[in-house]
Design a protein around this ligand. Sequence first.
Ligand SMILES: *[C@@H]1O[C@H](CO)[C@@H](O)[C@H](O)[C@H]1NC(C)=O
Ligand SMILES: *[C@@H]1O[C@H](CO)[C@@H](O)[C@H](O)[C@H]1NC(C)=O
Length: 227
Amino acid sequence: MYTLKPILAAIVFMAGYVSASALPEASSNIAQRQNLVPLSFGNAEWIWTDEEVGGDAPIGSRGFRYQIINPSPFILPICLTLAVAADNEYDLYVNGFNIGNDFELFETDSAFEDADIYNVPLNAEGQNIIAINATNGLLPTTSGLEDVPNPAGLIVTGIITFSTGLQEVLISNSTWLTLAAPTPANFFEATFNDAAWVPASDQGMDGVSPWGATTIVPNNVIGCLNF
Ligand SMILES: *[C@@H]1O[C@H](CO)[C@@H](O)[C@H](O)[C@H]1NC(C)=O
Ligand SMILES: *[C@@H]1O[C@H](CO)[C@@H](O)[C@H](O)[C@H]1NC(C)=O
């Protein structure tokens, strides 16, 4: 009877081993997640159009578009966690849907001091397009709000979660497209023709003057967990 014990233990051990190896994706997810870094602006750039002269750009709205590229046809994007901040306002769309905005232009808590965080489902197959209408507002001066050029910028960072558990960091930089003209209607639609759009201009990384560091609260967001 006692001699059965090690055999039973071996069977239990084997059963555990077999079921673990039957779930290669689950175990690889865990391994990949151990390397995760929380959502952070890191190397994200403040971007705008090339209209900026001496750090100032005209008042008005400009469109920005970014297409998520799948690393392979076998790794499907599931979900996007995004942090967005803008000087002065923004309206965010993903795949044609309005996801959120910050129109806090004249409040003390400006849209560029604290980023807003969004979790957005992605198309596992097909295109994934982020589109943002960012607006440079009037300049507050001692004599009121003036229609004069002033700093304008958009900064974005994100974590794309793929079907395998792989995660990729996405940032705003010159790979985003923009247009030096008021944001066109329907610019947010996946099918919008952006052939005339050009690479956005980098104005420096998070922390650069005149914005300083933009905060992400909470500071431990590690992307979508519910895939
Ligand atoms: C821009 O950011 C993406 C990640 O979103 C990165 O893959 C790419 O290398 C960056 N390009 C430049 C020019 O910084
Ligand atoms: C862009 O945002 C501005 C300010 O909110 C708004 O007036 C304008 O209609 C928006 N443009 C588009 C195409 O959504």
